[in-house]
Every structure is written in C-alpha cells, then in structure tokens.
Design a protein around this ligand. Structure first.
Ligand SMILES: [Zn+2]
Length: 210
C-alpha cells in the first residue's frame, strides 16, 4: 500500500505510482494523488531545517530515498518600499536565491531526483539552460546519478558552467530550446532516464509547493 497514486488531470483515470507521466487513455498529464495521514502544524515543528520537514506532503514513500542538499526554509524579507508603492503594509518577498544552488529550482529538482532514486532509475537529467540545470546536477551528484543536461548548442557556456562543476554531462542540441526539450523527452523515455522537468514532471512539480 503506497501513500500516493497518479491521476489523469483530464479523464481522472487513476494509476499506481510508476515511472510515467502521461495518461494511456487520453494523453493527459498525470498528477500525484495523496492518501494524507492525519497532520497538523505540530507535525512539522522541531524537524530538520529543510523543505523535507514536509515529508507527509511530498510524494516519496520511503525516507531513505530522500536526496537532500538542505534546500528550503529560505527567509522572508520585508519589502517596505515596494509595499509602499503597491499600497501593501505587510509585503514580504521569499528569498529563494539563498538555496544551495541559488534558485527555487532546488525544490522541484530535489523531489524529482528523490523519486528517481525510489523508482530505481540509473540516470537523471533535464532540459534547461540555467537554474534547473544547476539544481538537477547538484542533486544528481549528491544521489550518485549520472546527469545529462540537454540544451541548445549555442548557449553561453557561463550559463551551464555551474551545472558542469557538479559533474553533469552537457548534451548540446543543434536547435532551439524546444528542440532540446523534444530530444530530452525522446531519449529519457527510450533509455529510462529520469528527465526531471519532462518524464518526472508529475513528481517534480510537487516540490514547488514547499
Ligand atoms: Zn486521461
């Protein structure tokens, strides 16, 4: 018995959790459906200082599969001057640039790669030209996965240098970002590689809510 299943956003057909992201009947996207335990605010207090403190709300069955680089719990900064301009007395901005790879992408990438570990996949990757590549590569390094970054061949190398510093493999696609996305999808599906923002997307997006 698992805590989560998958459900088609369009026709509502349900599936056992598996390495899939598209409905077999209508090709609609699959979303994670939870069988939530009894939880309250107290459930999450006195836990680790990362977004994994919300374990019950995330689609990982076994804590031993968590691949964490200590992301989350970033500060809220009171934006007085912007608040004045907008007529808001209590405007706060979440500073996710202080995450380990400097963007909010550490949240979804971490959940997707933890799920890739739970699925027993042998490699991960993403189609990205920037922040997502870094977040995916860092979590892949932590989890011991080979990581393949699909991006156009004409990007500025500075954009992908951070990801390469974590040991990722850059697959340069002659074409646009859309072409890189399409090739990542085809190779991911045919080789069983967890492409975090494509064939792992059902689980990937769950990290964004943290
Ligand atoms: Zn469907």
């Amino acid at each position: 018995m698992t805590r989560t299943s998958l459900q088609c956003r369009e026709c509502k057909k349900e599936y056992d959790t598996a390495f899939k992201y598209i409905c077999e009947d209508c090709f609609g996207p699959l979303d994670v459906k939870y069988d939530f335990p009894s939880i309250s605010k107290d459930t999450f207090s006195n836990r680790e200082h990362t977004y994994w403190r919300y374990f019950e709300l995330l689609p990982i069955e076994d804590k031993s599969n968590i691949v964490s680089i200590n992301a989350g719990m970033t500060p809220l900064i009171k934006a007085d001057k912007l608040g004045e301009k907008l007529g808001l007395n209590n405007l706060y901005i979440k500073n996710d640039s202080v995450n380990p790879t400097f963007s909010f992408k550490d949240r979804p990438a971490g959940v997707a790669i933890s799920k890739a570990k739970e699925f027993g996949l042998s490699a991960v990757g993403c189609a990205s030209t920037g922040n997502l590549a870094s977040a995916t590569a860092a979590h892949a390094a932590k989890g011991g996965f080979p990581c393949h970054i699909f991006a156009p061949s004409n990007i500025e190398m500075a954009k992908i240098t951070q990801a390469l510093s974590y040991g990722a493999n850059y697959i340069a696609v002659d074409g646009t970002y859309d072409d890189a996305n399409r090739i990542a999808a085809q190779i991911g599906d045919s080789k069983g590689i967890g492409i975090v923002n494509i064939n792992m997307r059902s689980h990937y997006v769950e990290g964004s809510k943290t």
